[in-house]
Unconditional design. Structure first.
Length: 111
């Protein structure tokens, strides 16, 4: 596997690892690459080696994982349905015309 980002071209860098006594020992720094499925210009998904900097900046258009009949997909859809079923009672809403609500807010502001 080549150590080059297919988006920005970041590649292996070389230099010296300098010790306390200033001895220079050759070393290399490799980019943090991830193999990612990405849409190309035509809209077809391809696998590319992309560095994490390009992923974080949004330089690539990633392919979203399919939400099929997997157990995790079903768990997330059930949780989403439960959230939508929550309703607000009309009585629990604060009525601005009610003088009792205004007195309670004035007392809390003074404290």
């Amino acid at each position: 596997m080549s150590k080059v980002c297919d988006v920005c071209g970041k590649r292996k860098a070389s230099g010296n690892n300098v010790t306390f006594s200033h001895r220079g020992i050759k070393r290399t720094w490799t980019p943090n690459l991830r193999k990612v499925r990405v849409y190309d210009e035509k809209g077809t998904p391809k696998r590319l080696n992309v560095c994490t900097r390009c992923l974080r900046n949004g330089a690539v258009n990633r392919v979203k994982p399919a939400t099929g009949d997997s157990e995790m997909g079903l768990l997330f859809t059930e949780e989403a349905e439960n959230v939508q079923d929550v309703t607000v009672d009309e009585e629990s809403e604060v009525n601005p015309e009610n003088p009792v609500d205004e007195q309670e807010t004035e007392e809390t502001e003074e404290a």
